[in-house]
Design a protein around this ligand. Structure first.
Ligand code: MLT
Length: 411
């Protein structure tokens, strides 16, 4: 007899961004003449760089000829891309602890962040910095680690709250608190907070001392411009013994619709099972991927590889600069309106609490009705986000300027 995974019934009916999308669609139905500016989900607006299009065309041509056709590829990803990643994202930045066998090409950070849960027992205790990208908690709830929900808290999850008083930087788990797998996201989605090298070193030290694993979501690392802010957790000594890093080409090269990212699961991870034996997570992840995933398409991986050319690097720098200019403009505009503002300096997200306070969904409605701007309600990222909103710098320059003018002129 069929029984459903009961954990589905524990979650809200829709995923945060699906719910936001649904409400915007509803609003547009009742206000057909309104030109709503989308600043909710972090979807990019610039087209693919020319080098990517060229690489895709070339790879498609190859696929059309029997001599250069590619069928199933390696589940871990083609070596040509994994080697480029190691060389450019790690070795050239002074990180020698990562090699090509540690890198797994994926169809984006979101799926890996959710799927990594396959590596852990149902009884581990995830620890999540909140506000948080909802995938960390939702995926653990679906895997049966949520326990029960009360007052915005899952009993099976350790919350590491961050708030405006501490610049949205959480404290380490208090002594005696269980944090078996710690989700860290820096630059942070949604608050835009970053960690200094010293702060990240403390987290790595904590993980080493307590036998915890860190899942480091660095999907927005390209947006860092401040000095002394690490772009990879592996810049911290011995982090390869305690951390998995997840990255994406979505927000740097317009791959939200192409789908490609990668996850680093170092062979040098030194985590033990409860019986004291060493857990070879690299081998386990390979087993998981070969069982449940057939790899990312050849054309897409060739497209990603083109980003490591001089032209590709230039295109990434340009798009990051374009979106950061938007984020900075949003930040200064919101400050001008008297809002309390975070982010928008080393991250494409701007996190704010308007002068006129309210709960997040009321503020969401107000921004939509008053200014025809869609946002993401902070409470969707957890209880600590209540009363806050998030805007993205990923829209076009023109529409970002128009949104800023609406905010300033109360239009
Ligand atoms: C966001 O808006 O938080 C991101 O676009 C979501 C994602 O990358 O999945």
């Amino acid at each position: 007899m069929f029984t459903a995974n009961q954990n589905f019934s524990k979650l809200p009916e829709s995923y945060l961004f699906s719910e936001v999308g649904r409400r915007i669609k509803e609003y547009k139905k009742t206000h057909p003449g309104d030109d709503v500016i989308r600043m909710d989900i972090g979807d990019v607006s610039l087209p693919l760089p020319a080098c990517v299009v060229k690489a895709m065309k070339h790879a498609a041509e190859e696929m059309g000829k029997s001599a250069s056709f590619h069928g199933y590829g390696p589940e871990q990803g083609y070596l040509f891309l994994r080697e480029l990643i190691v060389e450019n994202d790690y070795k050239n930045r002074g990180i020698s602890s990562i090699d090509a066998d540690d890198v797994f090409i994926s169809d984006g950070a979101k799926s890996d962040l959710a799927n990594l849960g396959d590596l852990f027992g149902v009884n581990i205790r995830p620890a999540v910095v909140t506000p948080a990208y909802p995938v960390y908690i939702d995926s653990n709830v679906l895997s049966g680690r949520g326990g029960t929900m009360s007052d915005g808290r899952w009993s099976g999850i350790t919350y590491l709250p961050a708030n405006s008083a501490s610049d949205f930087t959480p404290a380490l788990p208090a002594p005696g608190t269980r944090a078996d797998v710690i989700y860290l996201c820096y630059p942070n989605n949604p608050t835009g907070a970053v960690l200094t090298k010293e702060q990240l070193t403390e987290w790595v030290g904590y993980a080493k001392q307590n036998g915890s694993l860190i899942i480091y979501d660095s999907a927005y690392e390209a947006y860092i411009s401040s000095p002394d802010i690490p772009r990879s957790i592996y810049e911290i000594e011995e982090a390869e013994e305690v951390a998995i890093e997840v990255r994406s080409f979505s927000k740097t090269a317009g791959f939200t619709g192409v789908r490609c990212g990668y996850t680093v699961v170092p062979k040098s991870l030194k985590l033990t099972f409860v019986d004291g034996t060493l857990a070879n997570l690299n081998k386990m992840w390979l087993r998981r991927q070969t069982t449940k995933f057939n790899g990312v398409g050849y054309i897409v991986q060739k497209a990603a590889a083109s980003l490591y050319s001089e032209e590709g690097r230039k295109a990434i720098a340009e798009s990051v600069g374009y979106y950061m200019r938007n984020a900075k403009k949003l930040r200064s505009t919101l400050l001008e309106t008297g809002a309390e503002v975070f982010g928008g300096t080393d991250a494409p997200y701007v996190w704010f609490r308007p002068l006129e306070r309210g709960d997040s969904w009321t503020l969401f409605d107000h921004l939509l009705e008053q200014h025809r701007i869609s946002s993401t309600p902070g409470v969707g990222f957890g209880r600590e986000g209540e009363g806050w909103l998030r805007l993205t710098g990923f829209n076009t320059r023109e529409l970002t300027d128009e949104a800023c003018s609406r905010l300033i002129n109360n239009d």
